[in-house]
Design a protein around this ligand. Sequence first.
Ligand SMILES: *Cc1c(COP(=O)(O)O)cnc(C)c1O
Length: 462
Amino acid sequence: MRYISTRGGADPVDFVTASLAGLAPDGGLYTPEEFPTIERPSQNEEYHVTAARVLKAFAGDTIEYDVIEDLAAKAYGAFAHQSVAPLTQIGQGKWMMELHHGPTLAFKDVAMRFIAQLYDYALGMRGERMTIVCATSGDTGGAAAAAFAGAENVDVMILHPHNRISPVQRVFMSATGASNIHNFALEGDFDQCQAIVKELFADEQTKRRLNLSGVNSINWTRIAAQSVYFATAQAQLGANAKIRFVVPSGNFGDALAGYVAARCGLLNGFECHVAVNANDAMARLLNGQDLKKGHTTPTVSPAMDIQVPSNFERLLFEAAGRDGDAVKTAYDQLAKDGVAPLPAKALGPLGCMGFTASAVTDEETFVEMQRTLDETGWQVCPHTAVGLHAARYADETDSVDVVLSTAHAAKFPETVKEAIGQDAPLPLRAHEFTSRPEVFETGPMDIAHVKERMVALSRVTA
Ligand SMILES: *Cc1c(COP(=O)(O)O)cnc(C)c1O
């Protein structure tokens, strides 16, 4: 199994190389040369076994099945629910897939836990160490910190804007108790943190010195690991069930993982409703409108405040008949002009890939949080509420709805309080974090300072 770039200008690489690399050298996203056919899980197959089979299909010859199963068992043993991604009924023909049973209470744990195991193993085999750097406004940093805590071969450096993330989000990154996780609270905003990360990656010398990599949502292994719970949902509802997945969407990683599951034969057909907030780029793109850079609007579902959903590039590659040149032309123009039409040949296919979409306002999100509480007695997080609201008003079909619950309500206590007037207490298992001291260093939003500190802290030897 080899991986090619969506922009057609990079040499094919194997699974481990694609996973460790993040972006392809031509700026594109790695994607498998062909989608493997994967046998559907039975209802009784354990989650980590399904995960191992799916990931083995994507890994090809690079790693033995037994090793992958061992990595998956370690990754998913840390979940508070033994089925990892349980379905609960919320109405007639309506289910919620609870993806928030991981250590940091958000679905990003599902992929990050596996990636951490994979990286540590693969680097160990290569006799290498690596530094992972990421900027975070919330969930990704926590998931990465918790997943890589104690990794032998990986140091993690997380940049966040000082005093601009919620205390709950910060505690998952800063109270891991692990000496290989380093947090920088910088004076400024998230976009500036992200700009520093971009500069670090553009600086070849630092990149080499620290053996830098990322774990952001364009990493193929994240997509592969997330395709697993679409397959287990299908298995639980029955092989013949017709399902419409409703996915709260930001960078489009989760929704794309559903598409990938379908392409690998893991689903009975494919219907996916993409639910977005006021940042509705993904809804517009699925309608064939232009790629456009723009400012994000802050909403009560901040993990979805995205203007250019990075994983859309992978869908566009498929819609354009895997024409890397056409994709490259569009993204080059986007970089140059801030706007670019989609390739003409992609427009027809894009409408036939099983996706629909709708946008949900903050006000509707609040209303939905209260309605869900009234109807089921449950507190839901604002991102999940975007999905629940979209499902409530989407066109009726003869499919059942499975709405993805992407985070635990307790991760957004201020919003929950405002919406439903209740506290959202952290589950007991989070006390693992709240009982430890927070460790982070504050500093100026200055790349020279950040670089110097990273070199001082990293275990990568030059
Ligand atoms: C990251 C995130 C999303 C969006 O997922 P994408 O894969 O980026 O579309 C939705 N909800 C929560 C809570 C998240 O952390």
